[in-house]
Design a protein around this ligand. Structure first.
Ligand SMILES: Cc1ncc(COP(=O)(O)O)c(C=O)c1O
Length: 380
């Protein structure tokens, strides 16, 4: 069958033409998945039991978010009005940009970081301000503070950050929020459980602070697409206004309400990751591979010019990793997710074999400093 292709004369908004696209490499992920920082095992068994209770009639109904929002809010020690469930943190980022960014506003992020910030900010404004980390890849706190302007409307800071695993401390996050009372700070705590420090309790006293959490990582529900925004009830009202009332489907809501009851499972999984992370970093030391000391469920390894060869060799050896070389300041870096139990051993064994296969030798000096960009302002 041939498909007639007509040329459309209508064009989207300028921002849509100009914004970047995100195409994660999702094909062929049937070997050990150490590439997307997912839970590599399973969600709580309570979730699997709840799935078996899904009925045909249940599927015919529009989803009701509020009862589960009340449960999640109580779980976090917040009022229901302070919590909005979202279709993953991806949607949360989108809603933040829709609610708070007008064309002409500036939004501030530190790079390298999660690419969906870029995509969603540029959908709304040309005012994306990026503060590039130096060669240490630590959170560039002082330069983020210095980049705040009177046009700054939104600041997004992930802690721990992806792809580095670097953290911004609670004191740093609060200092940024306080330095920009005319802007909203979104603290992205997608990897909170692997680190343990949160500013969710500070939302009571910091009215311009909103925290994002995902159920895709430690909870193992990436395929159900659930996240949340939590913070000041007044700001949450605007976010609720721009969100669809049916943004989270009913199967996801049902599963979430039992997943949050199983704290023991979440604690167990997060503990597995902490132990696995130490083993992974110890194994990298033995292999002579340098890396960023991570607070998340992944480690960013410095491989050097053979980064793409390593990712390909790892795939041949049955383990997926993510080449992050295209991220700003990350030339030569490859990210590996921490799995549980023998998945760490398999990851390290595949690494040893792959490094041998590609004839990898440790880089003698750090070359990444030459490619740093700082305080890039795309707005002017
Ligand atoms: C920092 C960060 N925020 C948000 C997300 C997206 O989370 P979700 O699956 O809830 O959309 C990711 C996913 O990798 C991430 O690394």
């Amino acid at each position: 069958m041939s498909i007639a292709i007509e040329t459309a004369t209508v064009k989207p908004r300028r921002a849509v033409l100009e914004m970047p696209e995100y195409h994660p490499p999702l094909a062929g992920r049937d070997v050990l998945r150490l590439d997307f920082n997912e839970n590599t095992l399973a969600p709580s068994p309570l979730v699997m039991d709840r799935l078996k209770q899904i009925t045909a009639e249940g599927l015919t109904k529009y989803p009701e978010r509020e009862p589960v929002e009340r449960k999640v809010a109580a779980h976090l020690g917040l009022e229901p009005a302070q919590v909005l469930l979202t279709n993953g943190v991806d949607e949360a980022i989108h809603l933040m940009c829709c609610a708070f960014l007008d064309e002409g506003d500036e939004a501030l992020i530190a790079t390298p970081s999660f690419f969906m910030y870029d995509v969603n900010i540029r959908m709304m404004t040309r005012g994306l301000v990026k503060v590039q980390a130096d060669e240490t890849l630590e959170f560039p706190f002082e330069r983020v503070l210095a980049a705040i302007s009177e046009r700054t409307k939104l600041i997004i800071i992930p802690s721990p950050n992806n792809p580095t695993g670097a953290t911004a401390s609670r004191a740093q996050l609060l200092a940024v929020a306080n330095a920009a009372p005319h802007a909203v700070l979104m603290a992205d705590e997608a990897y909170f459980h692997f680190h343990g420090e949160t500013v969710i309790g500070d939302t009571a006293t910091t009215p311009n602070l909103i925290v994002a959490r995902t159920f895709s990582k430690v909870y193992g529900l990436a395929n159900l697409r659930i996240g949340l925004l939590a913070g000041n009830a007044e700001l949450l009202k605007y976010l609720r206004k721009v969100s669809s009332p049916y943004n989270v489907n009913g199967v996801a809501l049902d599963c979430l309400s039992v997943a949050i009851e199983d704290d023991a499972y979440i604690t167990w999984y997060a503990d597995q990751i902490r132990v696995g992370r130490e083993r992974m970093m110890g194994g990298l030391d033995e292999l002579g591979v340098s890396y960023f000391p991570s607070a998340a469920n992944f480690v960013l390894m410095k491989i050097g010019p053979k980064h793409a060869e390593l990712a390909a060799a790892m795939r041949r050896n049955g383990v997926l990793v993510r080449d992050r070389s295209a991220d700003p300041g990350c030339d030569g870096y490859v990210r590996i997710t921490i799995g549980v139990g023998d998945q760490v051993t398999r990851g390290l064994e595949a690494l040893r074999a792959s490094l041998n296969e590609i004839g990898w030798k440790r880089e003698r000096v750090s070359e990444s400093a030459s490619q740093q960009v700082s305080g890039e302002r795309e707005f002017e």
